[in-house]
Design a protein around this ligand. Structure first.
Ligand SMILES: NC(=O)c1ccc[n+]([C@@H]2O[C@H](COP(=O)([O-])OP(=O)(O)OC[C@H]3O[C@@H](n4cnc5c(N)ncnc54)[C@H](OP(=O)(O)O)[C@@H]3O)[C@@H](O)[C@H]2O)c1
Length: 252
């Protein structure tokens, strides 16, 4: 992501990590618009950072999301970066009876909210240079904190969703490239495509070939001219007495 000259929308930008991100990106020369439910927090942030703007948003409410998305596109047509940061974390009781309201609030804020917000802006973002969609996930998505099992599971879910979304946006860029239609102003797909290829490196045609390890050379990569014929299923490569690779030798 380029760090200046963007128009950036940050959910949960009125406090905590979101406000920190908003102020840092504002200082770097980006147009920053923050969002959240509490008007007092939004007003305090924009008062301290002249030029920053704010909009009220309830990320659990699809109507609020769609209204804010429409307002952003109308008033900030250069918008090219979405940072899905708003989130809540509350202790729960995975070993006992779950508080249904807590569960619904956590999932709709941390998982459905970012998915809906991105969905409302994605077609706009696809038309922008250097477009980025970012999410504030958590290490608890990888190693859950048992006392916040629902929160941790929403972060794991959002991570999974991002991998699929990044891959799908990357596929779009690859399709365009194959058609020879890639243009610089369509970098959003291209950039995410690079990342998608990084995640799935090695599983795509065109990914760099890894050189075969040569057991005759202490595991160093085998020079290409020394590569033996392709092995058949069940055959193994062995280091023969003459120092060359042979296929199908029985271990001595
Ligand atoms: N703090 C950590 O150690 C940590 C670690 C890893 C990840 N995170 C993640 O980082 C993100 C920010 O957390 P934080 O620590 O900075 O907490 P925070 O200070 O409580 O900030 C959360 C922000 O989300 C907004 N928000 C909550 N519910 C919302 C809703 N329904 N609609 C719109 N905005 C809503 C809040 O604004 P309003 O209440 O005004 O709506 C607030 O500005 C979260 O996604 C969190 O899960 C935090």
């Amino acid at each position: 992501m380029k760090l200046s000259g963007n128009t950036i929308f940050i959910t949960g930008g009125g406090s905590g990590i979101g406000r920190g991100l908003a102020e840092a990106l504002h200082k770097l020369g980006n147009k920053v618009i923050i969002a959240g439910r509490r008007r007092s927090h939004l007003d305090a942030a924009i008062a301290a950072n002249p030029g920053m703007e704010a909009v009220e948003l309830d990320i659990t409410d699809p109507t609020s999301i769609n209204q804010v998305a429409a307002k952003l596109i109308a008033e900030h047509p250069d918008l090219n970066v979405l940072i899905n940061n708003a989130g809540i974390m509350q202790p729960d009781a995975a070993a006992g009876k779950i508080d249904d309201a807590l569960m619904v609030a956590t999932i709709s804020t941390n998982l459905m909210g970012p998915i809906r917000m991105t969905s409302a802006l994605i077609e706009h973002l696809k038309g922008k240079s250097d477009a980025v969609v970012a999410y504030t996930s958590s290490v608890l998505g990888f190693v859950p904190l048992a006392a916040t099992a629902i929160y941790s599971s929403t972060k794991a879910a959002v991570h999974s969703y991002i991998l699929s979304q990044r891959f799908m946006l990357g596929s779009r860029a690859r399709d365009r490239a194959a058609l020879g239609a890639h243009r610089t102003h369509e970098q959003p797909g291209g950039r995410t495509g690079d990342a998608a290829r990084a995640v799935h490196r090695g599983s795509h045609r065109g990914a760099p070939h890894r050189r075969r390890r040569d057991p005759c050379r202490g595991g160093q990569a085998a020079p290409s001219q020394r590569r033996p014929e392709r092995t058949q299923p069940g055959q193994r490569l062995q280091c023969a007495n003459d120092g060359n690779l042979r296929r199908g030798l029985t271990p001595s």
